[in-house]
Design a protein around this ligand. Sequence first.
Ligand SMILES: CC(C)(COP(=O)(O)OP(=O)(O)OC[C@H]1O[C@@H](n2cnc3c(N)ncnc32)[C@H](O)[C@@H]1OP(=O)(O)O)[C@@H](O)C(=O)NCCC(=O)NCCS
Length: 519
Amino acid sequence: MPESDSPVDTTATTVAEIMSTPVVTTGPDATIATAAEQMRHRKVGSVVIVDDGRPIGILTERDLVRIAAAGADASSDPVGEWMTPDPDWVARGASVSDAFMSLAEHGYRHIPVVDDKQLVGIVSMRDLMRIAQIQPAENLAHEIPKGLEGVVVAETVIGDVRGLEGFSHYRQYSAVDLAERRTLEDVWYLMFDRELPTLAERDAFIDEIRPLREIPGDVADALPTLARLGGDAPPLDMLRTTYSLFATSLAFAPSLDVPAAELRQQALRTCAVIPTLLMALYRLRNGREPVAPHPDLSYAANYLYMLTGETPPPEHARAVEQYLISTIDHGFNSSTFTARVITSTGADLGSAIVGAIGALSGPLHGGAPGRALDMLDSIGTLDNAEPWLRDAVARGDRLMGFGHRVYKTDDPRSTMLRGVAERLGGDKVELAKAIEAKAIEVLTELKPGRKLYTNVEFYAGIVMDTCGVPREMFTPTFASSRAIGWCAHVLEQAADNRLIRPSAQYVGPPPPQPVPDPA
Ligand SMILES: CC(C)(COP(=O)(O)OP(=O)(O)OC[C@H]1O[C@@H](n2cnc3c(N)ncnc32)[C@H](O)[C@@H]1OP(=O)(O)O)[C@@H](O)C(=O)NCCC(=O)NCCS
């Protein structure tokens, strides 16, 4: 029976009561193509590899994407070479909450059920979540990892991050491959319209979005006053305020009441205008007049053009474009999740983007690239690196540009940006590479087992600095590209909405206590 269609006994307490059986199995010598066909035919998300009835491995849909991306020959490569060997399993008598915890902790979506070493069933995260939705929260709340790490909260066709492999994708394409081979406009189109554009579609899309870069007259008139009132507020906070005004001035209505085509149009306007708002505010804050968007320049070249008023060198525009593409989307990161939660209430797209900007402004999320460059400056020389880094980690400080909630290996975006930084050259690259190596050494020694590596922000700062983006504009630049991802998620959430309303476990003094009279 397809696992997604299995009737789930919502009063179930043990795995045996909800597992799917019989399990779709194969031997280690079967080809990938055969296993994939079994999954397709039986409508399941995994195949368990058995030897004499014992589960010795598991192959999932995610593995199939990884296998395809690696260019393996599915018609001849055996499953045994690609499966996850010795998969974790649960006993048939295990409680539903134990199975849930095992899946959530490891980020698995399926776990085999074993009785006396023999495979007897399989449970999926989907089955467990359906019970979790219905059973009282206290039955499962204590099992939810802090910070929701590994908890699957929605289905999406926009993209995903596979932290253990160091791989992320937009739709069906590797994010890094897209950044290497496509323009930002192409990827924007892919995020909104699900496919990469043909040349004709690309031209039509460019014609559609370029006029949307202009700031509406009333909002443009208010910018000098807003820039002055903002004082020394960070540029991202100023974007939050002015974008909110923009959305209000265009009367964005609650997404619940807005037809899909209109919501898409609002999303296009949002993504197109954010760079213009950012650069206009930056220039006003620095006593200069805003530069109107250039109708003939690409998104990235125009971004730099509105900063300086000059057409940038193509290599700078391309480097910034690659950074922008690589940060458009990244799974259910905090700001994207925020945008989806707000959209799930039926609120307008403007509110979702304002909330997402707020979430991104935190140093643990989007605020790191400027701080990473500050760190390089304060280390100054390679000789100083080891003592500086050791002191910082020993004090309990976080090294900015290192560590990630999902990646437990190199962040592929960071590897790509290291290459971009090398291509651009400049005086900071060699020092940054040496500090990166030293930092990983220090983190491995002082934070053993935490698997802390360089994240996207470390080289982002170097690339943007070399291309003339001022440090205070690093996080706003990140917001500019991530707005495309946020909007894609808003459109997806609105198209198939259900209010996101989780529960919390109350851990305070036992209620009800008598309410005291005022003393
Ligand atoms: C990104 C980040 C918030 C992910 O955090 P997380 O998944 O919640 O990880 P935790 O905060 O649980 O950290 C786990 C352990 O690793 C350590 N750690 C994580 N990132 C670290 C870093 N950059 N430097 C030093 N130690 C770090 C923590 O101190 C903690 O150690 P402990 O077990 O001794 O308490 C975190 O790695 C971080 O703060 N990085 C620096 C900021 C940054 O670069 N952000 C940009 C992200 S793209």
